[in-house]
Design a protein around this ligand. Sequence first.
Ligand code: UGA
Length: 468
Amino acid sequence: MVTHYSDATPHIGSPRMTVIGTGYLGATHAICMAVLGFEVLGLDVDPAKVEALASGRVPFFEPGLPEKLREALDSGRLRFTTSFDEAAAFGDVHFICVGTPQQPGSHAADLRYVDSAFTELATRITRKVLLVGKSTVPIGTAARLTELVHSVSPIGDELELAWNPEFLREGFAVEDTLHPDRLVFGVSSEWAEAQLRRAFGPILDEGTPLVVADTATAELVKVAANSFLATKISYINAMAEVCEATGADVNLLASALSFDDRIGGRFLKPGLGFGGGCLPKDIRAFRARAEELGVGAAVAFLGEVDAINIRRRTRTVDLARELAGGSLAGVRIAALGAAFKPNSDDVRDAPALDVARMLYLEGAMVTVYDPEANVNAHRVYPDLDFADSLDEAVTDADVVMLLTEWDEFRQADPVELGELVSARRIVDGRHALDATRYREAGWEYRALGRPSVAATMALPQHARDAVA
Ligand code: UGA
């Protein structure tokens, strides 16, 4: 069933919401809540972000979000501000969505923005409202913040705090926010639960599963979920390493495993591994917090998950070196993709960009092309060359590297590409291309965990078809 919210009008007595922090999570949450019919005030300390959003411009790439922003602004229910005074006076439910990056020189999460947002609000709050954390935080943060806000707020212990973790994926942010697969409310009272039930009324009315828990469990759900996903990806990539040592094919392996419902095929895609602003930092912060809590041994395996993931990047560089004949010095490489995944312009801890940088440091002449992330990638690594199109990137390349599986790259014609390059050699870092088509077009095709052509040709025909 498709639900149309565009005509939504605020229900009598609907909570007025503020959303503190208008980055990826906050901007999406603020926009979607307004689309659902609530009065929303978004706050950011960065006037440029506020100005962009207020004038209808989403300051990052997210399919479908600009249209929703326009809809929300046109409805008159969404505004933006830099003023905590205004936010504190306006909101009945305040969602705190600021970032929790990795601390410099440590694996722990940097909570300075979270602490500051809660403090700024709490010191200005003079009536009973609910503060709701959505940021990904170490377990125990909500309990610590509860004490903090009680000590600084004019209403003291009356001020309540809840935790509502967010599970949205970049590239699917609107869908995941309007139609999440579950909601988790971490609360300390029935009153807080009732406020959240009203705030998420339209989503709960769709039959979305809800788990009501204490705040520690709610905090843990988020890091446990991301750790599980990271573990699943590293598991199949570890199997890819075993495949390489044995001549087995990890794609066939993943396919065979996926038919077991208990395992399933999602997040079992081998390749260059995970990156982005969430999975890598979350598993590290989880380990750091578990150590503090005296249960480091319970999640020590996440160190291996991280190590397997990082090895994907060096092994991908190894493949390029092998294809180039043993040295990367002076080799012209087309690096296709820079974003940490397709349909995103996010280059935080992006495996693609990391590989491009490592190739460059070994003396390769690297030209990067990403349909959306060139600007962000150039900001991070200005030494790399950037092309404006796929054709420009691959022209005269000695080796082509597929590093982010954008549709544009998956759909490219290997015959046409082959006419542009100086040598038909390709590393498929994301297992996203049709190996047979590339090989038939004269390409030397390599992918981690898959046998090279010599090994493949030794297989019977039906197995060769399956490998492709
Ligand atoms: C992730 C989670 O999936 C969200 O549920 C969560 O809300 C979010 O982090 C967060 O903490 O905010 P996201 O970082 O947008 O979402 O990206 P994913 O779709 O999870 O992909 C993460 C990385 O894993 C990407 O680099 C992707 O290329 C890689 N990946 C994914 C694989 O290498 N193999 C797979 O099979 C799947």
